[in-house]
Design a protein around this ligand. Structure first.
Ligand SMILES: [Zn+2]
Length: 60
């Protein structure tokens, strides 16, 4: 029952939707590359910062 060779698990990169084979050849999975991983992390951090800044907008 070893069918992994003929049908590898493939996921889509959350950042650019590129197909990523889920094995040791893809160290950045589920991202296709380190760059996409950093982009996703950066967006996540930026979103956090925007939420904080929006809470104290009215100030005179
Ligand atoms: Zn990508």
């Amino acid at each position: 029952m070893n069918k992994e060779r003929s049908s590898p698990t493939v996921v889509n990169c959350p950042t650019c939707s590129a197909p990523v084979t889920w094995d040791e050849n893809s160290p950045w999975r589920p991202f296709c590359s380190k760059r996409c991983q950093l982009i996703d992390l950066d967006e996540w951090l930026t979103d956090e910062e925007e939420q904080e800044a929006g809470s104290g907008e009215e100030k005179s």
